[in-house]
Design a binder for this molecule. Structure first.
Ligand SMILES: [Zn+2]
Length: 222
């Protein structure tokens, strides 16, 4: 993935495997996270100045908790929090899970906000305004998942998010090197919504991205 990212001209890669609750996707248990981090350190030496950021797509559990302990969450450069299980829920339940994940100081980015799969699955009901407002208060960026079946957050809500000053992060959700090309769909739909590169976290340079993560960790006291 790193070699392909370098070839495509990217300065960095945010490596976000699935977390341990996503057993169907061979999500990482704690021992494998430690192994992965050692490997990332070695690759970062080899590929410098290109950088692999240590990330994870941590499951938001049914009670709104993330599926690792704080010390494990603290070992990542950033954490993307997403719901992957118990998707059949009413708005009240969805909101309580999402809001508690947004309030979690380790959440850097809220992943695919509604869980929708276009043409297949509706997505659970959410109060977009309240989620966006909570992301403002808790310094959380909102993913625009660029997979053409997701495109989640819906582009019609990006304007409100930008008015409130939330950063969007166009993420490819790449599960293999081919997945990088989905960035194109995310960019096109984001442009339709009026997003500029300044308001898109994944457009930050490596240095800007590092500074952003550093500042957020300080603001959240972690
Ligand atoms: Zn996901």
């Amino acid at each position: 993935m790193a070699k392909e990212a370098i070839q495509r001209g990217f300065e960095y890669l945010v490596l976000s495997d699935h977390s341990k609750s996503a057993f169907y996707a061979n999500g990482l248990r704690e021992e494998r996270i430690r192994e992965q981090h050692l490997q990332v350190d070695a690759l970062n030496k080899q590929f410098a100045p290109f950088k692999i950021f240590k990330s994870i797509e941590s499951d938001i559990l049914n009670d709104g908790e993330l599926d690792y302990s704080p010390d494990v969450l603290a070992s990542f450069d950033l954490v993307i929090s997403s719901i992957h299980s118990n998707l059949k829920m009413n708005e009240e339940k969805a909101m309580s899970r999402l809001l508690s994940a947004i309030e979690n100081p380790y959440t850097t980015i809220l992943g695919h906000m509604t869980g929708r799969l276009l043409l297949t699955r509706e997505g659970y009901p959410v109060d977009h305004k309240r989620i966006i407002d909570a992301c403002v208060s808790h310094h959380v960026a909102i993913e625009l998942n660029a997979h053409p079946r997701r495109l989640d957050i819906d582009w019609r809500w990006i304007g409100y998010a930008l008015d409130k000053g939330v950063l969007i992060s166009i993420n490819p959700d790449a599960h293999h090197t081919d997945g990088y090309q989905d960035i194109r769909y995310g960019v096109l739909v984001a442009q339709k919504a009026g997003l500029t590169s300044k308001q898109n976290l994944s457009s930050f340079t490596r240095k800007e991205f590092e500074d952003y993560l550093h500042k957020k960790k300080k603001a959240k006291g972690i």
